[in-house]
Design a protein around this ligand. Sequence first.
Ligand SMILES: Nc1ncnc2c1ncn2[C@@H]1O[C@H](COP(=O)(O)OP(=O)(O)O)[C@@H](O)[C@H]1O
Ligand SMILES: [Mg+2]
Length: 344
Amino acid sequence: MADKKDKEPMAASFDITQLMPNHPRYTTIPDALFDVRSTFGLDVDWQVPGFSAEHPNVPTVDPTYQFDHDTTMAILAGFAHNRRVMIQGYHGTGKSTHVEQVAARLNWPCVRINLDSHVSRLDLLGKDMIVLKEGKQITEYKQGLLPWALQNPVALVFDEYDAGRPDVMFVIQRVLESDGRLTLLDQNMVIRPHPAFRLFATANTIGLGDMTGLYHGSQQLNQAQLDRWNILVTLNYLEHDDEVQIMLAKYPDMDTEEGRKDLSAMVHVADLTRQGFMNGDISTVMSPRTVLSWIENTRIFKDRDMAFALSFLNKCDETERPTIAEYYQRCFGVDIGNRGTKAN
Ligand SMILES: Nc1ncnc2c1ncn2[C@@H]1O[C@H](COP(=O)(O)OP(=O)(O)O)[C@@H](O)[C@H]1O
Ligand SMILES: [Mg+2]
């Protein structure tokens, strides 16, 4: 069931045709219901709203994507009931792609802002720019990402939320206030969120600062800020067999006895790096993304050991390479010892 708020009429000043000139007639209010069981493969009787037609900014569907039960339920609650959902977990566990893949299936436009990068307050809010109009220089307000997203049927994802700069977090805090309005002081403008605007965040820590020392640059979020997220869900690395299944779905030609054995060993190396990372033995971890690029590089170079060095080993601190070589030895019985240093 859609939230009651979803039925509110749009702000009178809002004109979607101006923002999306190529899509003059699409609905900006969810107009379809998706069955969770058949759409996401989760064992629940639930229907969630979405759009019947594809909009611009809808992410591309990854047909091999495997939805984690709790995380997906949390994200779906976010879409269906306008809850603010934060997903926390180690990097590479699938936080960002979970939101994207849910959005892809609901045909819900989705925009990601990585707060880890150099996003500034003005990038978010917009700024006055000098433009030339009829031969005269005038200043014109150029809308930032946040006001734009707020006024559209868009799922906005703040990625690496705990790495946001304080000035940026201060801006975001304003949108997190009870009814999500955004006041642009210097523009004399109050922006009301579009009824189909949704807000998500991903973070490596739960905002209590980083006790482990694994995530440099993560900030402590203040309790008031954390309090404004309605749902917090933790996503861990996939089970070994599930991860192998994902890789097999992406590379179906590896689905032979030998291929499965190879893949299992590759995922095992990744598992060992994750354990090592959590124990503080090594500081670089193999995410599923790295495993995928290792597979791809193996295909290019026709040499798995060399591909491993190029995809992962060379990214690791030199003092940690012997530890990683030992993981490799355990899984493949091959000593890649100074492979990485040689390639340098
Ligand atoms: N459940 C999953 N099913 C399929 N692929 C996944 C899954 N989880 C992660 N991946 C893959 O792993 C990579 C990292 O995912 P990402 O969402 O960027 O991680 P995070 O945001 O947690 O750092 C992506 O290439 C993604 O396609
Ligand atoms: Mg991410």
